[in-house]
Ligand binder design. Sequence first.
Ligand SMILES: [Fe+2]
Ligand SMILES: [Fe+2]
Length: 163
Amino acid sequence: MTQLPKSMPADGMSAYAYFLTVERPSIDDLTGMMFLEASGEALYEGLAGAAGPQEAKDILLKNGREERAHAHRLRRVLRRLTGKPVEVPSPDENPYHNALGFDSLTREVLDGLIGAEFDGDRLYNVWADSLDDPEAAKLLRLNGREERRHGLRLRKVMDILGA
Ligand SMILES: [Fe+2]
Ligand SMILES: [Fe+2]
């Protein structure tokens, strides 16, 4: 199984803050991001559980499934850049699992998450610009585009909930 690199922050919140400072990601950084993305599906499932209307739940679950797909794209990026296989961690292997720990859907939580999704779009494009491998860069940009869509979907959730 793939371990979270020792150089990575111990919790997901710190990892998120740290990644925003990185312009040229190392292999450890990309691996850490794979762990953070892998924790995103459970995060969204928790929020979907706290949302009343089905339409809001469905949107949150769709974002969650795509976070898992983002972790798998990072796995492919790592494979390309290192030539070595890595695995997306399961929840019990992932120190970032439940690290963000939201279980209520307040306006504050949604605002924070929308900001994080748009940050993610910008960050993936910065990271893509730093890579020499065009295919790896393309995969990161795809993640970025979907983070932006997640932010827009969350605005819709806010409307539905009247938050
Ligand atoms: Fe993501
Ligand atoms: Fe996202």
